[in-house]
Design a protein around this ligand. Structure first.
Ligand code: CAA
Length: 260
């Protein structure tokens, strides 16, 4: 696929994916969602040496200012539900990706943009970041998982308030509430995210993938997270990486994990 709205750069084994529709504050139009679906569904899973992915927005003003409102006028109940389902499917690909995916939130993360950031495994907020779900201003509700993931990140009462008032959280408040993992000076979001991914890359890749699965299992109504952890703990003890990790500890040397 040729990407029109995603700019993808590789630095030190880390992919930096920039949503690039700066004039529209990087709003997620249909084409951009198709490109994200292809990237996370087809392209990225085949990249063997990948350490992780950072998602950010082009320019200094916005991470992503939401779904593209200019495409909304053609929607009816059926088309709206289809759009929401498709968006949720794409964001599940991100949430379930077996390597760390970090949102480097450089500005407005609103509506679908906040939902995109929340689907990532972690969020690094620049000082100018603003998080919010302003859909009620438009007479709609979040459709890309916002009503579910905002509760997961900041709790029910505060989520209710943000969803009902359309208020925005600044970076410090997002950090205080647990939505942002770190706050950094503007322009340093990607560097901080790279630092985290580099740290994760030193760990056993199979164990990292299992962490993603087990943490997500907690929120999956069809899975018993504790039982899932038992099964996956068992699976990790059968890996070569576990033998290497344990041997390295006993021999007092750094582990050399192979991802097997
Ligand atoms: N869709 C389409 N275009 C958008 C957009 C969006 N979500 N957000 C901003 N833009 C466009 C504006 O239309 C404008 O384009 P023009 O110059 O062509 O008019 C350009 O980006 C710059 O925006 P503003 O002039 O509005 O910039 P501002 O500094 O005055 O305000 C803002 C910035 C507060 C982010 C404001 O743009 C805004 O409120 N945007 C909409 C945010 C929003 O409601 N997001 C939720 C969308 S619905 C959704 O996402 C549902 C879902 O869950 C899937």
């Amino acid at each position: 696929m040729t990407y029109e709205n995603l700019n993808i750069q590789q630095e030190d084994g880390i992919l930096i994916l920039t949503i690039s529709r700066e004039k529209a504050l990087n709003a997620l139009n249909g084409r951009t969602m198709d490109e994200l679906a292809y990237f996370f569904g087809e392209a990225a899973p085949q990249m063997d040496d990948l350490k992780g992915i950072i998602i950010t927005g082009a320019g200094e003003k916005a991470f992503v200012a939401g779904a593209d409102i200019k495409e909304f006028l053609a929607l009816d109940a059926a088309a709206g539900a289809e759009m929401a389902q498709k968006g949720q499917d794409v964001f599940f690909l991100i949430e379930r990706f077996p390597k760390p995916v970090i949102a480097a939130v450089n500005g407005f993360a609103l509506g679908g943009g906040c939902e995109l950031a929340m689907a990532c495994h972690m969020r690094v907020a620049g000082e100018k970041a603003r998080f919010g779900q302003p859909e009620v201003n438009l007479g709609i509700i979040p459709g890309y998982g916002g009503t579910q993931r905002l509760i997961q990140h900041i709790g029910k009462g505060k989520a209710m308030e943000l969803l009902m008032t359309a208020d925005m959280l600044n970076a410090e408040d997002a950090h205080r509430l647990g939505l942002a993992n770190h706050v950094v000076p503007a322009g340093e979001e990607v560097a901080k995210a790279k630092e985290i991914i580099a740290k994760v890359a030193q760990k056993a890749p199979v164990a990292i993938a299992k962490i993603v699965e087990c943490v997500n299992a907690y929120y999956d109504g069809l899975k018993d997270g504790f039982a899932y952890e038992v099964k996956e703990f068992g699976a990790t003890t059968g890996t070569e990486d576990f033998k290497e990790g344990a041997a390295a500890f006993i021999e007092r040397r750094p582990a050399n994990f192979q991802g097997k």
